[in-house]
Design a protein around this ligand. Structure first.
Ligand code: NOJ
Length: 492
């Protein structure tokens, strides 16, 4: 090893030590029964495109269509082959010491012909095996199932609910609505000008119709779970929202209101409605005072899942003129979002446009939801750091992901502050266990704690995996005696 490399390795180890040191106290500031986990999603991970009776899902169709907007022309036919390698992946989770895993169901795997067809038993078997494999290693399953129809949600509760205790109805509805029905960059690629360039769609109407239907579907699913399953299965059900933190660009009332509007389009649109509609839907009451509604929050959801990555400044466009751009139209809430204020960034830039590092955003968004929704239980269902795949760099250099460690450490620190100040946060999941298929960015972005070689599908832990493992083991070691379940996961 030459001298400069030795020095580099020396400094790197010292740096890791000091980061771990600085988080030693941090790890103890999480509640003792806290969930530490990693997240994934079916399309981004499973591969096994048409294996064992699976049908086509909307991303299968979209990614195979010429002219789609996936930058490297790839698809997730193989992805990281989680379908065949799930046992190896559970072993990776076990060696991280996490106590939970958030994953999603591919409807096309269990209902290949959609709502009118038969159940594909092979698909049910795959998820049963995955859940059993997790339980064997002492891991809780957090299952996300984007609903196909009201009638079929029953299948999931019936087949998996004896072992799955945390259910999520929808992941990031605001993004599904925005990209699928306003910009048209996600399937079903519906939009109209000037929002996007699609063959069909109406960007001014369909996002609202879709959001409305998502809310109704959420409520129907919750209703089924509550009335048929919750009492015997004893689980919880919630929704996952993509939550940016929006910082008003100035102290003016107009900019503060604009930041509030921005939150309403991604969060507040969904949360209060899921509560209100639930009450009407179940005929329990006709009118509630707002305060009573908030106290009844657990009727429409048991927890809010938060996917949080970054923050933006927000400027009002209702009372002042803005350059046209995302958010500025009436349909989007009349606000302009920006990563900069007077030429200064909100946080350290990353290699991904718009994803600046602003750990304070984590504390702020959690506190915002706590204050606004009566300290509803919260779970950070995704937080993570993406870097660009660099075809010319060595795997070695991709494995030394110091920036990812810094990011995760900062955000966890901010989260622990919010918890110390009273926020009821029950868990934290890193996106993601493995590098994987990142939607329109294909395989050009890597989010994993483990590097995946896409030629061989070999998984290799990055430095961040070691770091996360140490953080969790410090936490678990302290609480092991009190909570024997976590002791199972202690790794030597
Ligand atoms: C949110 C999404 O749920 C997930 O699919 C995506 O890959 C990550 N964010 C990273 O962008």
């Amino acid at each position: 090893m030459d001298v400069s490399l030795k020095l580099y390795v020396g400094f790197f180890l010292l740096y890791m030590l000091s980061l771990e040191q600085s988080l030693a106290n941090n790890s103890s500031s999480f509640p003792s029964n806290f969930f530490f986990g990693t997240s994934s999603s079916a399309y981004q991970y499973e591969g096994a495109y048409l294996a064992n009776g699976k049908g086509l899902n909307n991303w299968d169709v979209y990614s195979h269509k010429p002219g789609n907007l996936i930058v490297d022309g790839s698809n997730a036919d193989i992805a990281v082959d989680h379908y065949h390698r799930y046992l190896e992946d559970i072993d990776l989770m076990h060696s991280l010491g996490v106590n939970s895993y958030r994953f999603s169901i591919s409807w096309a795997r269990i209902l290949p012909k959609g709502r009118f067809g038969e159940i594909n038993e092979a698909g049910i078997k795959f998820y049963n095996n995955l859940i059993d494999g997790l339980l064997l290693k002492g891991l809780f399953a957090f299952l996300e199932s984007l609903f196909l129809s009201f009638l079929h949600i029953d299948i999931c509760f019936k087949s998996f609910g004896d072992r799955v205790k945390y259910w999520v109805t929808f992941n990031e509805p605001s993004f599904q609505v925005k990209f699928g029905f306003q910009a048209g960059t996600f399937p079903p690629s519906r939009c109209s000008k000037p929002f996007g360039n699609c063959t069909y769609g109406d960007s001014e109407k369909e996002p609202f119709i879709t959001a409305h239907n998502i809310i109704l579907a959420h409520i129907a699913a919750v209703h089924i779970y509550r009335t048929k399953y919750q009492a015997t299965q004893g689980g919880s059900i919630g929704i996952v929202l993509h939550c940016f933190w929006y910082e008003p660009i100035s102290n003016s009332v107009a900019d503060k209101l604009a930041a509030e509007r921005a939150q309403s389009f991604s969060i507040n649109w969904y949360v209060p409605f899921t509560i209100l509609f639930f009450i009407f839907y179940t005929n329990e009451a006709v009118v509630y005072e707002l305060e009573t509604v908030l106290q009844k929050l657990n009727k429409g959801l048991d927890f809010i899942g938060i996917n949080h990555y970054t923050s933006y400044y927000v400027q009002d466009c209702m009372f002042s003129a803005c350059e046209p751009g995302p958010g500025t139209s009436k349909m989007e809430g009349y606000f302009a979002q920006s990563s900069q204020k007077n030429g200064t960034r909100i946080g350290e830039p990353t290699e991904l446009v718009g994803r600046n590092v602003y750990p304070q955003g984590m504390e702020k968004i959690v506190t915002y939801l706590k204050d606004r929704y009566h300290n509803v239980p919260m779970i950070i269902t995704e937080n993570g750091y993406g870097d660009m795949n660099k075809p010319n760099s060595t795997t070695e250099s991709l494995l030394h992901d110091v920036e990812r460690i810094k990011y995760l450490a900062g955000y966890l620190d901010a989260l622990s502050t919010a918890i110390r100040k009273g926020a009821d946060v029950r868990g934290y999941f890193v996106w993601s266990l493995l590098d994987n298929f990142e939607w329109n960015s294909g395989y050009t972005i890597r989010f994993g704690l483990h590097h995946v070689d896409y030629e061989t599908l070999r998984r290799t832990p990055k430095s961040s995996a070691t770091w996360y493992r140490n953080l969790i083991s410090q936490h678990i070691a302290k609480d092991c005696k009190k909570h024997h379940m976590f002791c199972n996961n202690i790794v030597d």
